[in-house]
Design a protein around this ligand. Structure first.
Ligand code: GTP
Ligand code: MG
Length: 421
């Protein structure tokens, strides 16, 4: 090897290597293989969002998790051997682990262990931008770590912004750390109260105007739609939880002003306790007069996503608000062909293309929500006019309901004055 190539090799060796992860889940009795694969695809996407590459997936058919180690002992041995052989950096479980399961698994496998909540918390920690969102995530993460504090130094260091160099996990250090964390929790709670007080004042200034919140599963296109309607530039990207902070903008359609807010995306198995930590986002949703529920129609599991969002809305007591359903990303699917048309399409093409019956979907959901859903593509502005019209019609309805005494002139006056946010 020449001197130069040795130097290159050295450079290569010292470059930060992407962390590797394996995923673990249990398959329950009524679950199909496809459903499990879809759930693991989503978990891999979450891992990728945090910067880790998934190299293998372990599944075990088991009705109830092992209370000690989540998976059975045979499976655990298999995982251990794999982690050692391929020098895997982290093991991610698709469920939440109890503090003792977490501890036992760390002792057995000896690499970073993530459960679903911790993975999502770490993504939130990475993405939160405003002081409020940052404080909320830090608080939620410390509260999560406190009962699990044994040898999770690596997890704690991430929040401290350190490099994880601290060794040892003696009882004394753990006690000191627990004390530190309790003190921090108190501080963060105070800070949050202060920020929330300001938020309430800000929101009071918005009385007298209809409020609309964009809600939906993560990565469906909420921020893209918000940008399209308000012509602002909110970070929209193909990552889960690109938006962690809520953003509120004033929109005027046909002289009717209203406030539109973009919110954090929902995801399956998101513990309510974790959602609760996103009080600012929740308040935007809870105080909204109308919800625009955005759905990624190109996703195989979009109906499951709708169910998750509806359930989450119920959990946060926003389940009774009017909902305008928006089926987004129609550029990625095809309208179901009629029987006659289908005869001219090859068997292969029929299987390969994602066909959706817009009409059936529209009828079914109009029956459920009482409002006709919109089909569009926010990224290319396809059908944006139809969306604007539907949105405006619903906003007007709400406007009349909430502020029957308002005159159009006053409304226009408010719109021209601008919002004092
Ligand atoms: N093909 C296609 N892609 C779209 C469309 N709308 C949005 N996207 C893409 O979908 C990805 C997610 O969009 P976002 O607007 O960030 O989605 P979000 O719902 O705000 O996601 P989170 O904030 O992460 O919950 C981005 O890569 C967008 O470019 C669409 O109509 N068609
Ligand atoms: Mg977003």
């Amino acid at each position: 090897m020449s001197k130069f190539s040795r130097k290159l090799q050295k450079l290569h060796d010292t470059a930060p290597k992407q962390e590797t992860a394996i995923l673990v889940t249990l398959i329950r009795q009524q679950q199909s293989e496809q459903e499990v694969e879809e759930h693991l695809d989503e978990l891999a996407f979450l891992a990728e969002t945090l910067g880790a590459k998934t190299v293998h997936r372990f599944t075990q058919r088991m009705e109830k998790q092992d209370i000690r180690t989540f998976v059975g002992s045979g499976k655990l041995e298999e995982i251990k051997a794999y982690v050692e052989h391929f020098e895997i950096d982290m093991v991610i479980f698709d469920d939440d682990l109890s503090p003792s399961q977490m501890r036992n698994l760390e002792n057995e496998i000896k690499v970073k262990i993530y459960d679903r909540s911790l993975l999502i918390l770490d993504i939130f920690l990475q993405r939160a931008k405003t002081a409020q969102a940052k404080t909320q995530v830090e608080l939620a993460r410390f509260q999560y770590l406190l009962p699990r504090l044994t040898n999770m130094w690596t997890h704690l260091e991430r929040q401290r912004g350190g490099t994880g160099t601290r060794g040892g996990s003696g009882e004394k250090e753990i006690e000191t750390d627990k004390r530190d964390i309790r003190a921090k929790i108190t501080l963060l709670k105070e800070k949050l109260e202060e920020i929330e007080k300001q938020g309430v004042t800000q929101r009071k200034g918005r009385a007298g105007v209809v409020r609309v919140a964009l809600v939906g599963y993560t990565n469906v296109g909420k921020s893209t739609l918000m940008n399209l309607i308000t012509k602002t530039d909110i970070l929209a990207e193909n990552k889960l939880f690109a938006t962690v902070d809520s953003t509120v903008r004033k929109v005027v359609l046909d002289t009717i002003p209203f406030l539109l807010s973009d919110t954090v995306g929902f995801i399956r198995k998101l513990p309510t306790r974790l959602i609760e930590s996103f009080k600012s986002t929740l308040d935007e949703i809870r105080e909204a007069d109308l919800l625009v529920h955005v759905v990624d129609i190109s996703h195989h599991a979009f109906e499951e996503h709708i169910a998750v969002v509806t359930q989450t809305l119920n959990e946060i007591k926003a389940g009774d608000k009017p909902v305008l359903l928006v089926f987004n990303k129609i550029d990625l699917v095809l309208q179901m062909p009629s029987e006659e048309e289908a005869q001219h399409i090859s068997e292969h093409e029929l299987q390969e293309t994602r066909y959706v019956d817009f009409k059936a979907l529209s009828d079914a959901y109009e029956k459920k929500t009482g409002i006709k859903p919109v089909f569009m593509a926010a990224a290319s502005a396809e059908n944006v006019e139809e969306f604007r019209e539907s949105l405006l019609a619903e906003v007007k309805k709400q406007h009349r309901k909430i502020y029957p005494h308002y005159l159009e002139d006053e409304v226009i006056d408010w719109a021209e004055k601008g919002e004092q946010d």
